[in-house]
Design a protein around this ligand. Structure first.
Ligand code: SF4
Ligand code: SF4
Length: 296
């Protein structure tokens, strides 16, 4: 079984053609800008939409784990919550949902094969994202094998921070690797819980695997790597390792509402980076022979 928090249909930015994206739960990193904060924990997370809630407190009175309080506003203790779903069923206003559920390969394939015609006509396929998909390494390998049995084009989005042996074994099942390179700075990677040596080692493994295409992706984050020196260094690095395509993904605040739904504070600036401001890097990348796409 796989811990999944979403399956997005008709995605067009996570690999070629029209795709379904399977979002797996769990991540070893803790990036404060994460636009899917509900992915970080392997466990399901109770999400509460305050815009829909009428404060009737029915959820609180029915919760068998005493996980819900009003103080005076709704608050859920995610540690106490046993994910029984009683509060969700009880809420007449659809204000609650659990982010995360266990799915079998069969259930996932049943969902994604609804769009087989679209994948075929657009040369699309299936992308597995997260979280960090390699955190559930056995489940990931099993799903990739099941997808390949059905001849789907497979893409995996990864931080690269994972067990190198498992990573190498998975490559024969992956057509496209969307490999995150957030920075070349060791201490910045350490500040979000990752070891740059592991990431660069895995990147080298991927680049030596002839049958897997590698696209380097850099989320451009205010105060972390959005200065010209950092971004030019990353382009130079891409050139040194002979990567043909790179993506700069401008920071956006679309995930902010999820932090609120989880009862977490949002620690990042409240303004997205204007993607047009990154266009200046396209000719610099072209001069290095790199096809740079802003926004992926
Ligand atoms: S049951 Fe729903 S509407 Fe009522 S307090 Fe709970 S979340 Fe809000
Ligand atoms: S899912 Fe169950 S345990 Fe968790 S808050 Fe709702 S009623 Fe309580």
């Amino acid at each position: 079984m796989i811990d999944v928090f979403d399956i997005e249909r008709f995605a067009t930015h996570d690999g070629p053609g029209i795709r379904s994206v399977v979002f797996m739960k769990g991540c070893p990193l803790h990036c404060p800008w994460c636009s899917n904060p509900e992915s970080q924990s392997l466990k399901p997370i109770l999400m509460h939409d305050s815009r829909k809630c009428v404060q009737c407190r029915k959820c609180m009175s029915l919760c068998p784990a005493n996980a819900i309080t009003f103080d005076p506003h709704f608050s859920a203790n995610q540690t106490k919550c046993n994910h029984c779903g009683i509060c969700i069923d009880a809420c007449m206003h659809d204000a609650l949902h659990l982010a995360g559920r266990k799915m079998s390969n069969t259930e996932i394939i049943h969902e994604i094969e609804k769009d087989d015609d679209y994948y075929r006509e657009s040369c699309g396929g299936i992308t597995i994202s997260g979280g960090e998909p390699f955190l559930q390494q056995k489940a990931l390998l099993s799903l990739l094998k099941a997808l390949k049995k059905k001849s789907y084009h497979t893409a995996v989005e990864t931080t690269g921070f994972c067990d190198s042996t498992v990573f190498e074994n998975a490559l024969s099942l992956i057509d496209l690797l969307l490999f995150d390179l957030k920075t070349l700075n060791r201490s910045k990677y350490a500040s979000i819980g990752a070891d740059i040596d592991v990431i660069l080692h895995n990147l080298q493994i991927a680049l030596h695997h002839a049958d897997t295409e590698v696209i380097l992706r850099t989320p451009v984050i205010p105060g972390f790597n959005d200065d010209a020196e950092s971004l030019l260094d990353i382009l130079d690095f891409g050139n040194q390792i002979h990567v043909h395509t790179m993506h700069f993904l401008p920071y956006h605040i679309m995930g902010k509402g999820k932090y609120e739904q989880m009862g977490r504070s949002y620690a990042m600036p409240e303004q997205s980076i204007d993607s047009a401001s990154l266009n200046q890097y396209i000719p610099k990348a072209e001069a290095l022979g790199i096809h740079l796409i802003i926004g992926g």
